[in-house]
Design a protein around this ligand. Structure first.
Ligand SMILES: NC(=O)C1=CN([C@@H]2O[C@H](COP(=O)(O)OP(=O)(O)OC[C@H]3O[C@@H](n4cnc5c(N)ncnc54)[C@H](OP(=O)(O)O)[C@@H]3O)[C@@H](O)[C@H]2O)C=CC1
Ligand SMILES: O=C(O)[C@@H]1CCC=N1
Length: 278
C-alpha cells in the first residue's frame, strides 16, 4: 500500500538516491511526497528532480515543515552541522531515520535537543533495486508503531530485520559495507577471466549467474556453505587446485580481519564524532 507520509531526505548522495529510487520503483511513496535537500550542491538536486520527479530545495525550513519522516543521509562527520541546520524546523511528531554509520540515536537526540523518535537504519546500496539487507534499531522514544512505519517503508527497498542498536557496528561491517567486498571479488573474477583471454562480456554473464546461482542454491537448500563447497571439490580436480591457493593465503582469515576492521571503524566513528559510544 502506498504510504501517504511525506519523506524528507537530508543529504542527496548515493545512499539517499538508492533509497528514494527503491521507494519509487516499488511505488511506496509518490514523487511529490519525497523531498530532498543537501548542503550546497544544487546541480545534484536538479539531477535528482529530473531523474525521479522528486521535490528538491536547498532551503531547509519549507522542506522540513512538510515532512512526516526525516531521513538523515549525510556523511557521519557532517551530522552535527546538518542536524543543527534543520533543528529549528523539526518537531517531536516527526519520525527520524538515520542511515549514518557509527552515529548513535542518543547522539542525534542530543543534537536535536528534543525527544523525537529516532530509528537507526543500516541499509545498503542494493536498496536502489529493492534488494537491500536492512536493519532497524529502536532509539529511546521509539514505539512499536514507529518501528512498524519504518519497517513498512523500508521493505520497499529489501528485507528488513529488527535488531538492538548495540549490534549495529557488526551489522554495518557485514551488510552495509558488504556489497563493496562482493563487488571487489567479482572484479577479481573478471580480471582472472581477462588474464585467461576470455571475452569480457561472456565472462561477466557467467560470473554474475554463477554468483546468483550460488546464493540461490544456499537459499533454496538451506545447506551450510561448507557442504555446498565440498560438493564442488573433486579430489585431484580443478577446484581443489584453486582452493590450495586460497588456504595457503589464509583467505578466510583475511575476510574475517576485513569485517572486524570495518566494525572497529564504525565503533571508532561513534567515539570520535559523538564521544558517546553506545
Ligand atoms: N554508501 C553506502 O553504501 C552506505 C552509506 N551509508 C551511510 O549513508 C550516509 C551517506 O553516505 P553516501 O550517500 O555514500 O554519502 P555521499 O557523500 O554520497 O552523500 C552525502 C550527502 O550529504 C549531503 N550533506 C553533507 N552535509 C550536509 C548538511 N550539512 N546538510 C544537508 N546535507 C548535507 C551532501 O551534500 P553536498 O554535496 O551538498 O555537501 C551529499 O548530498 C553515510 O552516513 C553512510 O555512513 C549507510 C549504508 C550504506
Ligand atoms: O563506508 C561507509 O562508511 C558506509 C557505511 C556502510 C557502507 N558505506
Amino acid at each position: 500500500m502506498k504510504d501517504q507520509r511525506r519523506v524528507a531526505f537530508i543529504g542527496a548522495g548515493s545512499m539517499a538516491e538508492s533509497i528514494l529510487a527503491g521507494l519509487l520503483l516499488h511505488n511506496k511513496v509518490s514523487p511529490e511526497n519525497i523531498f530532498v535537500t543537501n548542503r550546497q550542491d544544487e546541480a545534484r538536486l536538479t539531477e535528482l528532480k529530473e531523474k525521479y520527479g522528486v521535490q528538491v530545495d536547498l532551503i531547509k525550513e519549507s522542506l522540513l515543515a512538510e515532512a512526516d519522516i526525516v531521513i538523515l543521509a549525510m556523511k557521519p562527520k557532517g551530522v552535527k552541522e546538518a542536524v543543527e541546520s534543520i533543528r529549528p524546523f523539526t518537531n517531536e511528531k516527526q519520525l527520524f531515520l538515520s542511515v549514518l554509520a557509527g552515529i548513535t540515536t542518543e547522539y542525534i537526540s542530543y543534537l536535536l535537543d528534543h525527544n523525537a523518535p529516532i530509528i537507526r537504519v543500516m541499509p545498503n546500496t542494493s536498496s536502489a533495486v529493492g534488494s537491500s539487507a536492512t536493519v532497524i534499531a529502536q532509539g529511546r522514544t521509539v514505539t512499536e508503531e514507529h518501528m512498524d512505519v519504518a519497517q513498512s517503508l523500508l521493505e520497499a527497498v529489501g528485507i528488513v530485520r529488527r535488531v538492538k542498536e548495540v549490534d549495529l557496528d557488526a551489522i554495518t561491517a557485514i551488510a552495509g559495507s558488504g556489497p563493496a567486498y562482493i563487488y571487489y571479488l567479482i572484479e577479481a573474477l573478471q580480471k582472472s577471466a581477462e588474464e585467461l583471454l576470455l571475452d569480457r562480456e561472456l565472462a561477466t554473464d557467467l560470473i554474475l549467474q554463477m554468483v546468483q546461482g550460488s546464493v540461490d542454491l544456499l537459499t533454496k537448500t538451506g545447506e551450510d556453505p561448507r557442504a555446498l563447497y565440498e560438493n564442488v571439490i573433486s579430489p585431484g580436480g580443478t577446484t581443489e587446485a584453486g582452493f590450495k591457493v586460497l588456504k595457503e593465503s589464509q583467505f578466510q582469515s583475511i575476510v574475517i580481519e576485513c569485517i572486524k576492521n570495518a566494525a572497529i571503524r564504525s565503533s571508532d566513528i561513534s567515539k570520535q564524532i559523538s564521544g558517546v559510544p553506545l
